[in-house]
Design a protein around this ligand. Sequence first.
Ligand SMILES: Cc1cc2nc3c(=O)[nH]c(=O)nc-3n(C[C@H](O)[C@H](O)[C@H](O)COP(=O)(O)OP(=O)(O)OC[C@H]3O[C@@H](n4cnc5c(N)ncnc54)[C@H](O)[C@@H]3O)c2cc1C
Length: 466
Amino acid sequence: MTENKFLGTHAVVIGGSMGGLLAGRVLSDFFENVTIVERDEIGDSALPRKSVPQGNHVHTIYGGGARVIERMLPGLFEQMVREGATECDFSKGLVWYHQGVWKMRVDTGLTSFWQSRPFLESHVRRHVRKIPNVKIVECCDAESLLTNEDKSQVTGILVTHRNDGNRSEELTADLVVDAAGRGSKTPAWLEELGYQKPEETTVGIDLAYASRIYERPDDSTRDWTVMGLFPTPPHNKRVGYIFPIEGQRWVVSAVGYLGDHPPDDEEEFLAFAKSLELPDFYEAIKDAKPLTPVITYRYPAQLRRRYERLSRFPEGLVVLGDAVCSFNPVYGQGMSSCALQVEVLQELLKAHAVAGRLTGLPRDFFRHAAKLIDNPWLLATNSDFLYPETTGHRPLGTAFLNWYVVRVFELCACNKRALQTFLEVLHFIKKPTALFHPALVFSVLKSSLGLKGGHQRTTARPTITD
Ligand SMILES: Cc1cc2nc3c(=O)[nH]c(=O)nc-3n(C[C@H](O)[C@H](O)[C@H](O)COP(=O)(O)OP(=O)(O)OC[C@H]3O[C@@H](n4cnc5c(N)ncnc54)[C@H](O)[C@@H]3O)c2cc1C
């Protein structure tokens, strides 16, 4: 890499989680040096950590997200699988009960990766640590933004080193990327600098997770790798997941919507499991050996910050990942969305490198990222509006869209096109408009009129078909 290829001498990233690490990787191609500041002490650990408490709960990475990460960090997933992660077809390997039907199990060619969240993050971190011009500084809190005199340009951040007597340091940078997650301070920092805060859209779902790790039982009769049992709205609100993780274990999460929360008590955890819509989740775990206590996590609302709508924004600052949009975790879209946003940043940096300057990057980034976020946001929020208690603005057409999409979900029990299309949308490969392909609309109409090709409700778990 020649020196004149760089867009600047230094870029700083706030947050060393999925968004921050991937951003660090991409920035290393465009800046002489990159510093990722992370408030937690991490070391080489692949254990859940304080500021990423969701690490105790089920996490998968969809094909679309994994593909992008693999391009940035070649060999990552192969290594993860070698060390215990599971890769499997999202339909064939999965038994998924959703909207009152089991999805059919066919070869879709859409694979996902299943492992604990800390295992995934530690592998990404290990790869990023090997990049010579990237430095990860732990126990380091970003406190505020530094700017030029008229505050039109962010010129770095002020940090506190907590493992060095709370020493303050000014880190100057040509570009600051805020990947500090949902608790990002950029809205407050903008206000302090005399800018408007971004508008926030929230969709209240009062969700809670309770998870524990089990030894994965040896059972030659089990023909599935992953289980997801979703509730049928509006009356049922309880979800159950069984995901394989490294070390021949399962992470098992029970989830409850809208105040119907799972308990942290071990006995009651099983009772909650038994109360799901179908017995399969309880049956699978009831005799399995737990390895950890039950750990809970509350998630009040989906949150989207509309940076793309601000008329004024300083140069030299970009915000991404959960700091911009935090999706209902039940749909597993957060990390893939992070990866795709970082890819947007990469493409824009390439374009700016041709022009040889960074001016306009934040505006371009927020505009492109917003378009990308629109799709998973629509999928996640619309489904939540199937519960009347969900709070937040219901866009015009929500009821119709939900009627239609639920019919598509039902068709996923028996119609390969419906299943393939829905999964491609979920995996960030197609846009939600694909669900309105004329052939699919025709199938929905046919099944709604009770004609041939409709789904049959059955509680029997499906086997793999060709
Ligand atoms: C229960 C649950 C289950 C989920 N399941 C899935 C799933 O199956 N699939 C999926 O794709 N997504 C899932 N998600 C979403 C996923 O966890 C997030 O989308 C993802 O972690 C976002 O990454 P991020 O880097 O943007 O933010 P975060 O992971 O929140 O990381 C932010 C980082 O910034 C650091 N930080 C914060 N403030 C500062 C500061 N001032 N100075 C320095 N460092 C700072 C924090 O310590 C942290 O390391 C789930 C979420 C939850 C809650």
